[in-house]
Design a protein around this ligand. Structure first.
Ligand code: HEM
Length: 147
């Protein structure tokens, strides 16, 4: 349908290398909730946002996040096929101390990045289409939480 096309086309229009977009997303995330910085073990030395954002391990995590979103966009016709993977991924995030509520801020940061990158192509319909995809990912990840 039209929603899937909006999501696919907008994701493609970001270009092949999604990491810089992921950095914009996570920079926004840390602005909105600086406490999340402490959940990444790569910036133990002094905990500054710049140190975290420039560490190779952190950029690897950003790349991993973008790959998960890419997998969702590639499987819009059968999102359920990702469910087991996402439940397990949620379990791993529970183990590193992420709270389910934080995924709402991650979603806001994703939309912020899309808005900034897409400009006028970022419409209310596109926003809603992305919210649906992201909502599926979060719902599946959240069901991995044990408490
Ligand atoms: C792994 C933190 C959101 C995808 C990790 C790890 C940490 C972490 C500390 C383990 C170390 C590492 O692999 O770098 C966080 C925090 C988040 C967040 C604090 C936001 C509050 C997300 C989201 C996704 C994601 C939204 C994807 C939709 C992954 C993947 C791994 C990972 C794929 C690797 C899991 C594995 O080793 O099998 N995350 N994460 N993360 N994260 Fe996140």
């Amino acid at each position: 349908g039209k929603d899937k096309e909006l999501v696919r086309e907008s994701w493609e229009s970001l270009g092949k290398n999604k990491v810089p977009h992921g950095v914009v997303m996570f920079t926004r995330l840390f602005e909105l909730d600086p406490n999340l910085l402490s959940l990444f073990p790569y910036n133990m030395k002094n905990g500054s946002m710049q140190d975290c954002l420039s560490s190779p391990e952190f950029l690897e995590h950003v790349a991993k996040v973008m790959l998960v979103i890419d997998a969702a966009v590639s499987n819009l016709d059968d999102l359920n096929s990702l469910e087991d993977y996402l439940i397990n991924l949620g379990r791993k995030h529970e183990a590193v101390g992420v709270k389910i509520q934080s995924f709402a801020v991650v979603g806001e940061s994703l939309l912020y990045m899309l808005q900034r990158s897409l400009g006028p192509a970022y419409t209310a319909a596109l926003r809603q289409a992305w919210l649906n995809v992201y909502g599926f990912v979060v719902a599946a990840m959240s069901s991995g939480w044990r408490e």
